[in-house]
Design a binder for this molecule. Structure first.
Ligand SMILES: *Cc1c(COP(=O)(O)O)cnc(C)c1O
Length: 414
């Protein structure tokens, strides 16, 4: 975080009033982990969920205390078996992989598309095996995935689709909101996402079956399962339940934040479009396309160096940009290369859950070279402006462009 720029902050008096009302009511949470009226939470939680359902045009919204919890709950809801495989992109947050391991299932990492940085459908196809149960797609940096292609593959192979739209709440794919296009999806309400409540998460689904299971996992499943008729519905038992419940204060803040989402997206897109237009004039930079489709709401502004035009090493350039007060990150994650996957130990000391299968998981799935686009891009060409962290003024934006030009002259990149 570059302290020279104003921090992203969309709170005002509305959140303050909403929070003080909750505090005055004395009910900071009304959840009870058992059958009855408060199994589904307090007034604000339920109101927030209704508003989410309306906004995103989806049948069921289930709030949780983080999207990491949401991911864990989603994989529980689809009924992963130990040893099942889930395909996910290597460019995402580690929570995606951990949520899969939580059920003793096995994350299999797909490569990214070089242009959009989203999961590459061709890579998905190559990784499908008899054990594949689901695909986790991530609308990375706020850009919608290629859902037509992904849903086609899922349908053909009878795979579930979980959508991690943490970085893209309100982005659209052909007039429908991302997060709502698969079996289960969701958003993060963590403090650097487009809208936030400090910590928090939203799960969305159009399936009643999944909604019931998600609510049970959120709230101590076995102890509250009578809510849905324990004896009649076998599919609702044998679920591990947690406490993933959202508080009333966070829900009250969420209601106010949701009202601002459209405006936040509009401003974010304007900022991104300005930077794209101006940075496109600089030699050797490749930028995302500008369109009116709202398929990109720019959590980050990803930028690539065009190696045909620029031969200098990436690290020299990114170090220089940082020195000149340009707020960039010079890398993204390659989760498949993290120690947990190199050592193949998620917990304990016995290579669990990989030891469930005799396949040679490491050499095949987690070694260097398994996701060539992701690895090359990270190493050689990618950097990004994390728009999620800042509230840039026009003057800030002009300064950023000026400093880019200065660096290009100093490094003789023109
Ligand atoms: C932020 C984020 C998460 C985790 O959300 P939390 O609410 O912080 O737990 C998961 N996936 C992606 C892609 C994210 O950006």
């Amino acid at each position: 975080m570059n302290s020279k720029f104003k921090k992203f902050n969309t709170f005002d008096n509305n959140e303050l009033i909403a929070v003080s009302k909750v505090i005055k009511s004395g009910n900071l949470s009304s959840f009870l982990g058992k059958d009855g009226k408060f199994f589904l939470g307090g007034k604000k939680v339920r109101e927030f969920e209704k508003k989410i359902e309306k906004y995103f045009d989806v049948k069921y919204a289930i709030t949780v205390n983080s999207w990491t919890s949401g991911l864990i709950a989603s994989f529980g809801a689809i009924g992963l078996e130990p040893g099942d495989e889930v395909i996910l992109p290597t460019w995402t947050m580690s929570a995606c992989a951990i949520a899969i391991l939580n059920w003793n299932a096995i994350p299999i990492f797909a490569d990214i598309d070089k242009k959009t940085f989203n999961i590459d459908p061709i890579s998905i196809k190559k990784l499908i095996s008899k054990k594949t149960k689901a695909i986790l797609v991530v609308d990375i940096f706020g850009k919608a995935c290629n859902y037509d292609e992904i849903l086609k593959i899922a349908k053909k192979h009878k795979l579930k689709v979980i959508c991690d739209s943490a970085q893209a709440p309100g982005a659209k794919y052909k007039d429908r909101f991302v997060g709502t296009l698969g079996d289960i999806g969701g958003f993060s309400l963590n403090y650097h996402k487009h809208i936030h409540t400090g910590e928090g998460g939203i799960i969305v689904t159009n399936s009643k079956y999944y909604a019931q299971r998600l609510r049970l996992i959120r709230n101590h499943a076995e102890s509250s399962v009578n809510q849905y008729g324990y004896t009649k519905k076998k599919y609702l038992i044998n679920l591990l339940g947690y406490n993933f419940r959202l508080g009333e204060i966070e829900a009250a803040i969420g209601i106010e934040q949701l009202k601002k989402l459209k405006r936040i997206i509009k401003k974010r897109r304007q900022t991104a479009h300005f930077l794209i237009k101006e940075l496109s004039k600089i030699n050797g930079l490749i930028l995302p396309e500008i369109n009116q489709k709202e398929d990109n709401i720019f959590y980050f502004l990803p930028i690539l160096l065009d190696k045909n035009l620029i031969s200098k090493k990436k690290s020299i350039i990114t170090n220089f940009l940082k020195k000149n007060d340009i707020p960039i990150v010079s890398e993204y994650e390659n989760i498949h290369l993290k120690p947990i996957f190199q050592n193949l130990i998620s917990y304990g000391s016995k290579n669990f859950p990989w030891s469930l299968d005799k396949r040679k998981y490491h050499s095949k799935f987690y070694s260097k070279g398994t996701c060539p686009n992701a690895e090359y891009t990270n190493q050689e060409t990618f950097f990004a402006i994390p728009l999620c962290l800042y509230d840039f003024s026009n003057k800030d934006l002009e300064k950023i462009i000026r400093n880019f030009n200065k660096v290009w002259i100093e490094l003789k990149l023109n």
